[in-house]
Design a binder for this molecule. Structure first.
Ligand code: UT7
Length: 328
């Protein structure tokens, strides 16, 4: 029998993450915009965020996270057969960040692609890689969420400037005869595009200035309400698909945008606070990097153990949202 066909599951074999060195604290922001540490902590839970250095790119961050994930999985880059990067801040329009990274790591020839699902980018990328493994087209996949969101932050807009940070997270997933990724669920609803977007892009409104005038715009409180409602729904969908109840989840690994949104989802699941992975205070909203950053941190610190059941979820611009239920 084709050995690939016998390996019908995909499992996480290693994770890695990376944050750029420079830290911007809430106090630093107080001297940049009309805000306060007290407002930011109370409304978002964020205390500091990491910012890329001059010349440092999304691919640079992705590379470091990828190398750490490969090391954790005990694999060389040449053993990977599928590479997917969730990002909304690619180095270039093309080649994709995945192609740039593929060449850097010496993995030329394998499939490499970016997926743009904003903050849900890692969950989307994981869903795609999981399908490639389950159909037998891939055996060892490298899945990354990497962003340099601060490159398109309007530092004069206090409603968004305090929220975002840069970073990358990665996971190696491999074909297995044991259950790993139990299910993934991804959705989108383009009707809310104006609530969280860049008003300018390559084929619309591009300006003759650094960055082309691309800036994040968000109607925060409206996004907040949809996020809480939608994440609650996807939790139900994920449990129902797997015939599971809230009690079966060991860890919630949510998108790290706002502590109040995280707490609302945790409440819906009746999850005690010590079973929810929270890293938003350390790096703010890193978009598609946020879930794998939280996942890797909790695995490396020994909180998440093999055999435990993890619920990953994210919500972002588009709107996009998604979840993954994983037997780690
Ligand atoms: O990752 C993708 C998905 N994104 C999200 O899930 C983010 C969702 N939204 C949020 O996290 C929250 O809505 C925010 C953190 C963005 C804002 O919190 P909020 O509690 O919804 O505040 P708000 O936008 O309703 O603003 C409340 C007040 C306003 O002042 P007035 O009108 O009440 O006088 C704002 O002008 O807070 C003011 N404000 C600030 N004050 C100090 C807004 N930003 C700031 C700031 N510092 N940085």
């Amino acid at each position: 029998m084709d050995r690939r066909r016998a390996l019908i599951y995909s499992r996480i074999s290693g994770t890695g993450s990376f944050l750029p060195e420079k830290v911007l604290s809430n106090r630093d922001l107080e001297s940049m915009v009309d805000t306060s540490d007290e407002w930011i902590v109370t409304r978002t839970g964020i205390k500091e965020r990491h910012i890329v250095a001059e010349g440092q790119t999304t691919c640079d961050l992705a590379e470091q996270a990828a190398l750490r994930a490969l090391d954790a999985a005990g694999l060389k880059p040449s053993e990977i057969d599928f590479l997917i990067v969730g990002t909304t801040t690619p180095d270039l329009v093309f080649p994709s960040t995945a192609c740039l990274l593929q060449h850097r790591l010496g993995m030329d020839g394998i499939s490499a692609m970016d997926v743009n699902a904003a903050c849900s980018g890692f969950i989307y990328a994981l869903a795609v890689a999981d399908k490639f493994i389950k159909t037998g087209d891939s055996v060892k996949a490298l899945v990354i969420g990497a962003e340099t969101l601060t490159r398109m932050v309007d530092w004069n807009d206090r409603s968004t400037a305090v929220l975002f940070g840069d970073g990358a997270g990665a996971a190696v997933i491999e074909a297995s005869d044991q259950p790993g990724i139990l299910s993934t669920h991804i959705h989108a609803s383009g009707g809310h595009a104006d609530l969280l977007c860049t008003e300018v892009g390559v084929s619309k409104g591009f300006k003759a200035e650094p960055g082309g005038g691309v800036k994040v715009r968000m109607k925060g409180s409206e996004v907040f309400k949809v996020a809480v409602r939608t994440l609650g729904q996807i939790v139900d969908e994920t449990l129902a698909k797997n015939n599971m109840t809230k009690k079966d989840i060991d860890w919630l690994i949510p998108h790290q945008a706002n502590l109040r949104i995280i707490k609302a989802t945790a409440k819906k699941l009746n999850m005690p606070e010590d079973r929810v992975i929270v890293t938003v205070h350390k790096h703010g909203n890193t978009s598609s990097a946020s879930v794998p950053l939280a996942l890797d941190g909790a695995i490396r610190s020994g909180r998440i153990q093999r055999g435990e059941t993890l619920l990953l979820e994210a919500f972002g611009g588009g709107f996009t949202w998604g979840s993954a239920l994983i037997k780690y």
